[in-house]
Write a protein that binds this ligand. Structure first.
Ligand code: SAH
Ligand code: SF4
Length: 445
């Protein structure tokens, strides 16, 4: 979601006449789009802001803006804590950035010396999706379908910084996807904090469910691949599974956050599903969608997690066999329910559990990728490989990065024979590099 919001911030700045600077040192306006989901991004921001303050001391005309979830969470204290910050704004207030920065980003719209205090406040949020966009990737696009979250996961700060869930209307989403397709976008990722509960707040006026939204996007010419993130297991209903199974463009891939494999901990987390319900959902999905790739999010060291609870997480990981997993050490967030819970797990215990979990998730991911060696996978070409410029890079429908020999251009869908694998990537060769044949013909003639 932050990557999407950053693209909108860039788009807005471009409309104000501000292009991207080659480095932070060269920038007249520096905008930080912050995350505060765990403590680590807060710490990183403090270091970046220290550097920005030093640059501002050299050149006081520089404008420093801090947006996003950290700014919203620290709305009461951000200007006191960082007095050199000129503008601060929450994730729902990106639309107003232009008013504060002024044309050309002069930051001088305010009376001399006054700080543009920015705008927070979850009551007057606006969809970032309605702002101009600067897409970082030419053939892929994020599409925001909702903002905010109505869940109450005990560890999570998102509801308090992004507010209650609000869905975009289906017509607006379909119009955006149609526009993107006309611009050459081949792959879209529908975005929401709880993407599959999309549309509930539009009832009874609009009765479109998330499965129908997938079908509507599937029907748009030019869109070859549809993904969505993140669904909540509690809201994964059969019509969504049916749409995934039946729509050609919807990829055989799902990100299904587990968080914990212990029903006791899941209850304390207020995830509202049990280990058994989660596993039954995986079974239903695998039965309906052959070759489904599953990724997940897992937290270790939630308050009260015993070694038995943690071992249940390892069991579920082994049973599901995830293709990839984002693993997080539990981080206490001020104001969340879990921050006040007794039995916080000591740091060294969390780290030790994390190491065991990562070892298991990586070995399973490696085995699952190795099992694909010898197969031909459809790959959407993204550009040159990041590690070897003689190779191309793309992604399979199952969302695995592939580095491969070939001649295709970004945006093309090609078949790639998988020749090798690590826990995170595949390598291979295009099976039918038609371009090199055409070039040879042209040379021969
Ligand atoms: N709305 C999405 C993603 C939320 S944030 C969802 O519900 O799936 C992404 C991930 O960060 C979460 O899935 C969770 O695994 C992790 N996370 C959130 N809060 C955390 C915390 N306080 N400590 C550690 N990990 C956390
Ligand atoms: Fe946070 Fe839970 Fe909402 Fe995800 S579903 S954003 S983890 S409260």
């Amino acid at each position: 979601m932050n990557a999407h919001d950053s693209e909108r911030i860039k788009g807005m700045l471009e409309e104000l006449g501000l292009g991207e600077a080659p480095s932070a040192d060269d920038a007249d306006v520096v905008v930080f789009n912050t995350c505060t989901i765990r403590e680590k991004p807060d710490t990183k921001l403090a270091a970046y802001l220290g550097e920005a303050a030093a640059r501002k001391r050299e050149d006081p005309d520089r404008v420093i803006a801090v947006g996003g979830c950290y700014a919203e969470a620290q709305r009461e204290s951000i200007f006191e804590r960082y007095p050199f910050v000129d503008v601060a704004f929450g994730p729902g207030s990106i639309a107003h950035l232009g008013d504060w920065l002024g044309a050309g980003g002069s930051g001088r719209r305010q009376p001399a010396g006054a700080i543009a205090r920015g705008r927070f406040g979850l009551d007057e949020r606006e969809f970032a999706a309605r702002l101009p966009m600067h897409r970082e990737r030419s053939v892929q696009a994020w599409v925001q379908v909702s903002m905010g979250c109505n869940s109450k996961c005990a560890y999570c700060i998102v509801p308090s910084v992004r507010g209650r869930e609000q869905s975009r209307r289906p017509g607006e989403i379909v119009a955006e996807v149609t526009r993107l397709a006309a611009q050459g976008v081949r792959e879209i990722t529908l975005l929401g904090q709880n993407v599959n509960s999309w549309g509930r707040d539009l009832l009874p006026e609009i009765q479109t469910g998330f499965g129908e939204l997938l079908r509507a996007c599937d029907a748009i010419d030019g869109i070859e691949r549809i993904r969505f993130t993140s669904p909540h297991p509690k809201d994964f209903r059969d019509p969504v599974i049916a749409a995934m199974a039946e729509c050609d463009a919807v990829c055989e891939q799902v990100h299904l956050p587990l968080q914990s494999g212990s029903s006791r901990i899941l209850k304390a987390m207020r995830r509202t599903y049990s280990r058994e319900r989660y596993l039954a959902l995986v079974e239903r999905m695998r039965a309906a969608i052959p070759d489904l790739a599953i990724s997940t999010d897992i937290i270790v060291g939630f308050p009260g997690e015993t070694v038995e609870d943690f071992e249940q997480t390892l069991e579920v990981v082994a049973e599901v066999g995830y293709d990839s997993a984002f693993t997080f050490v539990y981080s206490s967030r001020a104001g969340t329910e879990a921050a006040g819970m007794p039995d916080q797990v000591p740091h060294d215990v969390k780290i030790e559990r994390m190491e065991r979990l990562v070892e298991l998730t990586q070995s399973i991911a490696r085995a699952r990728n190795l099992a694909r060696v010898g197969r031909v996978e459809q790959v959407l070409v993204e550009g040159a490989s990041r590690t070897d410029a003689t190779l191309l890079r793309g992604r399979t429908r199952r969302n695995t990065t592939v580095n491969f020999r070939g001649t295709a251009a970004p945006g093309e869908l090609v078949d790639v024979l998988v020749e090798g694998a690590t826990s995170t990537t595949l390598r291979g060769a295009e099976t039918n590099p038609s371009h090199s044949l055409l070039t040879m013909d042209a040379c021969a003639s």
